[in-house]
Design a protein around this ligand. Structure first.
Ligand SMILES: [Zn+2]
Length: 720
C-alpha cells in the first residue's frame, strides 16, 4: 500500500538546569509536575501565546526499579487529540525532573466545528481509498515475494454500534462491514499539515487476514485521505544465522519469525501486534534483547535497504553477536506463545501497556574468550535487566553463541527464575532439589526446542556434550538416587528432572509437554521439590481439561502417560520427600491403575468449513458398543477466525439432532470446548437411545468472511 504523509515531526528535548528545583521535590505527584512542566516549556518555546496548551497525561506512571519514572502525555486542542504530538517527562531516581522529550504542535485558530462528514461517510471514503488498484497491491518484500492483491472490499459499513457525539473527539464504533474484527473504532484528530491544522477521522481498519491493519485519517470536511500507513509491518528486518549450531548452513530468516514457524500455538489470545519487532533500529537491539560484542561494547549494525534492515557479517565475531541475538529473540517469542508475557515478568524494555514491569530487556554479551561457567545467566527480579554472557570453549575453539542448546539453556534460567515463586521473587530456586530442577528445566527446554537429547554437543565437539548420559529412554538415574553421591549437585540432580520431562514429552508430543511444563512453573510453590513440580504438572493438565483445551479422552491419555513416566523415574503417587532437601527421599515405581473408561472415539476430519453455507461439513463416528445412552459429551476442536459464525449440531444414530451451538457475536478465535449436559441441557433428549451406530457432527459457518477448519471431535458416551 502507498504510505501517505510519512512525516517526522521535529523532536524536542528540554533539560532542566542543575539545581533548578528538582532536588528538593523528592516525592510527589509525578503527573501534576509533568503537566505543569509541559505547560511551562510550551510557553517558553513561544507556542500558543496567550493560550494554554492542552495535555492529557496517561495516568500510568512508569517506574523503574531504580525509582526513575516517566509520564507520557498527549497534546489536545479543543478536547481533540493532536496526531503524533506527545511528550514524555522523565524523572531521576531521586524524583528530580530531568527532561522532557517529544513533539508539540503550535495551534492557530483552528476550530473543531468543521466536521461536515459523519463517521459512516469517513469509513466509506477510507474503503474507496483501499480499493484503488494501487493500494490493493503491495511492494515486494525483502525476500522478493509479492503478496496477491487483496480482493475488492465492500459494501461499506452503514450502521453505528455506539457513538459519543457529545465528546469533542466524537468516538464512534461502526459495524465491521467487510473488515475483520468486531467493529471499527474511529474518532476525530487534528493533523498538522504544513502551517494548517486539518480535522480528520482517525480509523484503524483490519484487512482480511493475514494482511494486517491500516491506519487512515480521512479529512472531516472533504473526505480526502490525508494519512495512510500500514500499522502491522513496523521495521522489516531479517538476519542470516546458524539455525541451531555453528556448523550447518547459515539461513536467512525474517525477524521476527512468523508465528507459524514455532512448534506451539498460543493457548490464549495474543495482542494484535504480536510478534513485536525484534529490532528497534538498525542494530542487534530491540525491545526484548540487546546483544553486544564485549570487546567493543557495541551492537552489530545491519544494512538498511529500502524499508528493511538485514543482518549478516563476514566475520566470526559479528556472526556470534547476530546469532546470540537471534536465539534469544526466538526464545522470547516462543515463551511468549507459551504464556511468559509482560504480566508474567518477561524481559522487555517497554511492557507496551500490557502490564508487568518495564526496563528489563535481556542484555547478551558475547565474549571473545572464556567466561565463568562457559556461559551464564543472571536474572534479577522483574524490572531489572537479566544478563546473559556467552564465551568460548577453548578446547574445541568453538563459541557458545553459536550453539542453540547452550543459549537456550541459559535463557531458560530467566524463564524459571521469573515464573517460579512469581516475578518479584529471585530466590525461589535455591533449595537443593529446586536448584536441580532449575538446571533440569533449562536442559529440558533446550533439548525440546532444539530437537536433541544432548546439551552442548557441537560447542564441545563431543557427541555426549556436557552431561553424563544422553536424555533417552534408558537414562539410568531416578528419584531414588536423589542425594546419593552421584546425584548431589544441581546439574546432576537436573539430569534426573530433565530426563523425566523429556520422557513425558516423548509420550504426549512436544507442543503439549511444553505448555504443561510452562503452566506448571506458574502453579508450583517457590523452592519446590521434585514432587511439587510433578504435582504442578498434574494441576496444569487438569486445568487444560477444565478450560476445554484438552478433550476428556486426550486428558485421560495424557494423565496415563504422566503417571507412567513419573513412576518410571520413582515419582509414583506414594513417593515422598522432606520438602526440597536431599535427605528423606522415598521413591515409588508403581503407577496408579487406570480407571474403567467409558466408550469414547475421536474423528479428525480436518475439513475446511465452507463460508456462509448452512450445509456445513459433517463428520461421522461409528460406535460399535451395545447399551443405551446415559449421557454424552462432545469435545470439538475447530479453528476459526470468528467463532460466533459457527453452528454445531450432533445427530444420534436414530437421527435425533441436538444443536450444541447457535451463531452469536462471540468474536474470539477457534472453538475448542466440550459440550455436555451442563452446557447443553437439550442433550438429555438422547438419554435411553442406543449407543451403537453412526453419530454425526455438523459444523456450519453461517456468516461471510471469517474462515476455519473442522479439525477434530471426540464423542464420549456414558452408558446406562
Ligand atoms: Zn544452568
Amino acid at each position: 500500500m502507498r504510505d501517505l504523509d510519512r512525516r517526522n515531526l521535529e523532536r524536542y528535548v528540554t533539560t532542566t538546569a542543575p539545581g533548578a528545583g528538582g532536588l528538593i521535590e523528592v516525592e510527589g505527584d509525578f503527573l501534576s509536575r509533568a503537566l505543569s512542566h509541559l505547560q511551562q516549556t510550551g510557553a517558553a518555546a513561544g507556542l500558543n501565546e496567550g493560550r494554554p496548551i492542552e495535555f492529557v497525561p496517561d495516568p500510568r506512571v512508569q517506574t523503574a526499579s531504580s525509582g526513575a519514572a516517566s509520564v507520557h502525555a498527549q497534546q489536545y486542542h479543543q478536547g481533540i487529540p493532536m496526531f503524533q504530538a506527545d511528550s514524555t517527562v522523565l524523572f531521576a531516581p531521586g524524583g528530580a525532573l530531568e527532561q522532557s522529550v517529544g513533539s508539540t504542535v503550535e495551534v492557530g485558530d483552528a476550530s473543531a466545528e468543521l466536521s461536515t462528514i459523519e463517521a459512516i461517510a469517513a469509513v466509506a471514503a477510507g474503503l474507496d481509498f483501499l480499493n484503488l488498484p494501487e493500494n490493493r497491491t503491495e511492494e515486494p518484500d525483502p525476500f522478493g515475494q509479492t503478496p496477491e492483491p487483496f480482493p475488492v472490499l465492500g459494501p461499506a459499513p452503514d450502521e453505528v454500534i455506539v457513538a459519543f457525539p457529545d465528546l469533542p473527539s466524537r468516538p464512534t464504533t461502526l459495524v465491521p462491514g467487510p473488515f475483520a474484527g468486531r467493529g471499527i473504532g474511529l474518532h476525530l484528530v487534528w493533523l498538522p499539515l504544513g502551517a494548517v491544522l486539518r480535522l480528520g477521522w482517525l480509523m484503524e481498519l483490519q484487512l482480511p487476514e493475514p494482511r494486517g491493519s491500516v491506519l487512515l485519517i480521512v479529512d472531516a470536511q472533504d473526505a480526502s485521505v490525508l494519512f495512510a500507513s500500514a500499522t502491522t509491518h513496523g521495521l522489516l528486518a531479517s538476519g542470516t544465522v546458524f539455525p541451531l549450531r555453528g556448523d550447518g548452513p547459515r539461513t536467512e530468516f525474517p525477524w521476527p519469525r512468523p508465528l507459524t514457524d514455532y512448534p506451539v500455538r498460543s493457548a490464549t489470545a495474543l495482542p494484535a501486534a504480536f510478534p513485536d519487532p525484534w529490532v528497534a533500529g538498525e542494530q542487534t537491539s530491540g525491545n526484548a534483547v540487546t546483544a553486544v560484542d564485549a570487546e567493543t561494547g557495541t551492537c552489530v549494525t545491519g544494512v538498511r535497504a529500502g524499508g528493511s534492515v538485514t543482518f549478516d557479517a563476514p566475520d566470526e565475531a559479528r556472526r556470534r553477536v547476530i546469532n546470540a541475538f537471534y536465539y534469544c529473540c526466538y526464545l522470547h517469542d516462543l515463551y511468549y506463545l507459551l504464556g511468559f508475557r509482560e504480566i508474567d515478568g518477561n524481559f522487555q524494555a517497554d511492557a507496551l501497556g500490557r502490564g508487568g514491569a518495564a526496563a528489563d530487556s535481556a542484555l547478551v554479551t558475547v565474549y571473545p574468550d572464556i567466561v565463568s561457567a562457559t556461559a551464564n545467566m543472571t536474572t534479577p527480579k522483574d524490572g531489572s535487566r537479566p544478563r546473559l554472557n556467552v564465551g568460548l570453549v577453548t578446547a574445541s575453539g568453538r563459541h557458545t553463541a553459536l550453539d542453540a542448546t547452550v543459549v537456550y539453556h541459559e535463557f531458560t534460567h530467566g524463564l524459571t527464575n521469573r515464573l517460579i515463586g512469581g516475578p518479584a521473587n529471585s530466590v525461589s530456586l535455591l533449595a537443593p532439589q529446586s536448584a536441580g530442577m532449575g538446571e533440569g528445566w533449562s536442559d529440558y527446554f533446550a533439548c525440546s526446542i532444539a530437537g536433541t537429547q544432548v546439551i552442548a554437543a557441537w560447542v564441545t565437539d563431543k557427541p555426549s556434550g556436557i552431561r553424563r548420559h544422553p536424555y533417552d529412554s534408558s537414562f539410568p538415574g531416578t528419584f531414588a538416587d536423589v542425594g546419593t553421591p552421584t546425584y548431589r549437585k544441581a546439574h546432576q540432580l537436573g539430569e534426573i528432572w530433565c530426563a523425566t520431562l523429556l520422557e513425558f514429552e516423548r509420550r504426549v508430543t512436544a507442543p503439549l509437554a511444553l505448555q504443561v511444563v510452562v503452566d506448571s512453573l506458574k502453579l508450583a510453590p517457590a523452592n519446590p521439590s521434585f514432587l511439587d513440580g510433578r504435582d504442578a504438572m498434574l494441576r496444569a493438565l487438569d486445568g487444560m481439561l477444565a478450560a476445554g483445551q484438552l478433550a476428556p479422552a486426550a486428558h485421560r491419555a495424557a494423565v496415563d502417560s504422566f503417571w507412567t513416566t513419573f513412576a518410571r523415574f520413582g515419582m509414583g503417587p506414594a513417593a515422598t520427600t522432606q520438602g526440597p532437601q536431599l535427605a528423606g527421599v522415598v521413591a515409588d515405581f508403581a503407577s496408579p491403575t487406570a480407571p474403567v473408561v467409558d466408550p469414547t472415539a475421536t474423528a479428525r476430519p480436518g475439513s475446511a468449513i465452507p463460508d456462509k453455507d448452512a450445509r456445513g461439513v459433517t463428520s461421522r463416528i461409528t460406535m460399535a458398543v451395545d447399551g443405551r445412552v446415559e449421557r454424552v459429551s462432545i469435545s470439538v476442536d475447530i479453528s476459526h477466525e470468528f467463532r460466533g459464525d459457527l453452528r454445531v449440531t450432533l445427530t444420534s444414530p436414530l437421527g435425533v439432532s441436538v444443536v450444541l451451538r447457535t451463531p452469536d457475536d462471540d468474536a474470539r478465535r477457534d472453538l475448542v470446548t466440550t459440550f455436555d449436559l451442563a452446557t447443553t441441557p437439550a442433550l438429555a433428549g438422547l438419554r435411553g437411545q442406543p449407543v451403537r451406530g453412526v453419530w454425526t457432527l455438523n459444523v456450519a459457518d453461517l456468516q461471510r468472511l471469517s474462515l476455519g477448519v473442522f479439525r477434530a471431535w471426540t464423542l464420549t458416551v456414558k452408558t446406562q
